[in-house]
Design a protein around this ligand. Structure first.
Ligand SMILES: [Fe+2]
Ligand SMILES: [Fe+2]
Length: 293
């Protein structure tokens, strides 16, 4: 019996148009700030292969799922993640025209996620890593959109892409976890070891790509050091991006944790209502942003 049964349904949404090919979108779409922009851009480069890895890891246990509700949730989760990969790939094509080595980044990631890592891990460990990464994604989605000031001066189209992604991450937040606990029977210790390892590996990977992007943008080593110092302060200063996420992050390690025990994104309903009324994901993204604190 999974705890996710009484929550908002997982709704795969397809054919969304964020107008991402529009040349008006500024290169530094977040506050004109290279570091902030490239932090989100670096995550975007990870999504096509990363979400394919999530889908593969969960589907390895598909045949063992007996609960029809969970089986449907896995199908909807798969459809949502496949759409995320597709839209981020479209966005990443924009980055390619800016000189970012998207193909090389994807190739490295593919080699590591689908060749190297499977050689040294079990299917249960890969599922546990997926569940841990899904917790990190939901954490960022919930916490970033609660803080209106953080995304205030962002291009509404790119912000809308992240708003949609955030909404769907919140909807399917428990799927990988439920398959891990109820089907794969991964225990407490193995879950937490997986969380510890992705908590180290994920920021290192994002940081390396972010640094490559700043280099490709033509910033000298000294300029990059300054950008990093300012950026790390933006991340970690009191009231900054990450201090607000710590409670959410550590809840994963608690015995008896389940993703649905965490608070839901408060402005989730605003996005859904606006999207239902207008069918326009950019308007929905604006509504989500406007409803933040
Ligand atoms: Fe996703
Ligand atoms: Fe996800």
């Amino acid at each position: 019996m999974t705890a996710s049964h009484d929550h908002a349904p997982i709704v795969p949404r397809e054919h969304l148009d964020f107008d991402l090919d529009n040349p008006d979108i500024p290169k530094y779409w977040m506050s004109g700030d290279p570091f902030k922009t490239r932090f989100f851009d670096a995550m975007s480069t990870l999504f096509p292969q990363g979400e394919r890895f999530f889908i593969t890891s969960v589907r390895e246990f598909r045949d063992q799922i007996t609960d029809p509700k969970l089986a449907k949730e896995v199908r909807d989760f798969t459809r949502q993640e496949a759409q995320h990969s597709m839209v981020h790939r479209q966005y990443n094509n924009r980055l390619k025209t800016q000189g970012i080595e998207i193909d090389a980044i994807e190739k490295d990631l593919e080699q590591s996620l689908f060749v190297d890592i499977p050689k040294v891990t079990t299917a249960k460990q890969r599922l546990a890593a997926t569940s841990a990464l899904e917790h990190l994604t939901s954490m960022m989605c919930t916490c970033f959109f609660e803080r209106r000031d953080l995304l205030a001066t962002s291009d509404p189209r790119v912000r809308a892409m992240y708003a949609w992604h955030a909404i769907e991450e919140v909807e399917h937040t428990a799927v990988a976890y439920d398959v891990m606990v109820d089907v794969a029977k991964v225990g407490y210790l193995r879950r937490n070891i997986a969380m510890l390892s992705v908590s180290i590996g994920f920021p290192i990977t994002v940081g390396r790509i972010l640094n490559h992007m700043l280099e490709a943008d033509g910033f000298s080593r000294w300029q990059r050091m300054k950008l990093w110092a300012k950026g790390l302060w933006w991340f970690w200063k009191p009231g900054g991006l990450f201090p607000a996420t710590l409670g959410y992050y550590f809840s994963y390690y608690k015995p008896g944790f389940h993703p649905w025990k965490l608070r839901e994104m408060p402005s989730y309903g605003q996005w859904v209502q606006t999207f239902q009324a207008t069918g326009n994901p950019i308007a929905a993204g604006n509504a989500l942003h406007a409803a933040g604190q």
